[in-house]
Design a protein around this ligand. Structure first.
Ligand SMILES: *Cc1c(COP(=O)(O)O)cnc(C)c1O
Length: 444
């Protein structure tokens, strides 16, 4: 065909040796983890904006149109077009006082930003499998947010079904309602055991010959098919900042962080040509990464996780750290700073934000707001405009929000409908034999 077609970008493991051949995006997507145990990254980082983002030029009219523009060089036009039904909820940018702009990523079906990555991954996997005439069963162990985002994202897709494993007593009431809502092609299993037991079950299922005949897949957060679509909302935020608010300065971006997937996506967006000044990684007491940035810990000197109010960020060993190292190395310190925020400061910031701005922030978003306040205090210079990612709807954490502000957050329609929605859940002992029996007896 046309000689102007540029060669598709390949993907390499973070542990690849010199001269190793890259694999296609489709192969990296279906594999999840590379065979050598590393994570996939693009072999090169294209400038997708060409002449750049200008204040008077719209980048794209919708997230779906943005996907075609930004991701076509990375995953090809056909797959980029598949993302349209995944990106069907708004990402509004709200202005707070003091040049702070909050990008709300929680208006999707499960009211947390993980909907963006999970819905994108589902559509991409379904398209690649359909092209190959294959089917798969996605197995997920979950202690909360990821599981419901994945279940919702894959529900009803022809060639994929989902088995969710959660600890019978280990999830909150809202989370349980989200996990057990009846969905086409999804089975939820309440396991008599801990979250660790659920993870062990999934691991042994992958090693089980009979179950592997089914074609098992994972949908965890290290998949490159989740990461690349997460770059899109950074482009969207930059566009809104210029178009709606007339802000021309490159913003600081504040990212409430756990596994560092969101931060990695933001740094990639910057490499793809987006004019972002720098990043602030906002962590709760799970503080490995900020301490690494300050030189207090060396690479991979991880610790066990501790429980906090912002529980989706309770990660002791952030899996995307390996990607950040491979992609940015020593440049990380020039691009990113970190802050550590404890539960008390989180609650105080929720209260202050409600009083000063009339804004209800969930605990994860509040960690980001407090981190920004501290960074500005330390720097002391005139404040640069800041874009802060709001990662969960406050109604997902009603107790903490009410405790801090005295106000009960209004649940959005998708959460309000859950209580009355039909449920589907099966009980399972924490033994492989019972999981095997359940999965092998899955009516078509
Ligand atoms: C997962 C999650 C985070 C952390 O994102 P990472 O990509 O793991 O750093 C922050 N907030 C919420 C609400 C989340 O669910």
């Amino acid at each position: 065909m046309s000689g102007s077609l540029t060669k598709a970008i390949g993907y390499l493991s973070t542990r690849a040796t010199a001269g190793e051949a890259p694999v296609s995006f489709a192969a990296a997507l279906l594999a999840g983890l590379a065979p050598d145990g590393g994570l996939y990254i693009p072999e090169r980082l294209p400038n997708v904006l060409g002449s750049g983002l200008s204040a008077d030029k719209l980048l794209a009219e919708s997230p779906a149109a943005l996907a075609r523009k930004v991701l076509t060089p990375l995953i090809g036009d056909a797959l980029a077009s598949e993302l349209e039904p995944a990106l069907n909820f708004p990402w509004p940018l709200q202005k707070l006082s003091s040049e702070r702009y909050v990008l709300e990523l929680f208006h999707g079906p499960t009211a947390a930003f993980k909907d963006v990555g999970a819905r994108s991954l589902a559509r991409l996997m379904a398209a690649v499998l359909a092209g190959r005439g294959e089917r798969t069963t996605v197995l997920v162990a979950t202690s909360g947010d990821t599981g419901s985002a994945v279940a919702d994202a894959f529900a009803g897709l022809e060639n994929v079904r989902v088995a969710l494993l959660f600890p019978v007593t280990g999830v909150s009431e809202v989370q349980k309602q989200q996990l057990t809502a009846a969905r086409a092609g999804v089975r939820a299993f309440a396991v008599a055991g801990s979250f660790d037991d659920c993870q062990k079950l999934v691991k042994s299922a992958f090693a089980d010959a009979a179950l592997n005949e089914l074609g098992l897949s994972s949908a965890n957060s290290i998949n490159i098919g989740r990461l690349l679509p997460q770059t899109l909302y950074y482009f969207w935020a930059a566009q809104q900042l210029r178009q709606e608010f007339g802000v021309k300065a490159a913003p600081l971006v504040v990212v409430p962080s756990g596994n560092l997937g969101n931060l990695t996506a933001g740094l990639l967006a910057r490499e793809f040509g987006l004019d972002l000044h720098s990043f602030l990684a906002a962590h709760n007491r799970n503080d490995y990464f900020p301490r690494y940035l300050r030189g207090e810990l060396s690479a991979y000197e991880f610790a066990a996780s501790v429980a906090t109010l912002s529980n989706a960020m309770d990660v002791g060993a952030p899996s995307n750290f390996e990607r950040l190292q491979a992609l940015f190395g020593a440049r990380l310190n020039r691009l990113v700073s970190g802050q550590v925020i404890d539960d008390n400061a989180t609650l105080q910031r929720m209260q202050l934000t409600y009083r000063q701005d009339g804004y209800l922030a969930d605990p994860h978003t509040a960690v980001g707001l407090e981190a920004l306040a501290r960074l500005r205090n330390e720097v002391g210079a005139p404040a640069r405009p800041a874009v802060l990612l709001a990662t969960a709807h406050p109604a997902k954490f009603p107790e903490a929000v009410e405790r801090a502000t005295g106000t009960a957050p209004e649940p959005p329609p998708q959460l309000a409908a859950l209580a009355a929605a039909p449920k589907q859940v099966e009980s399972l002992t924490a033994e492989l034999s019972s999981l095997r029996a359940a999965l092998l007896d899955w009516p078509d």
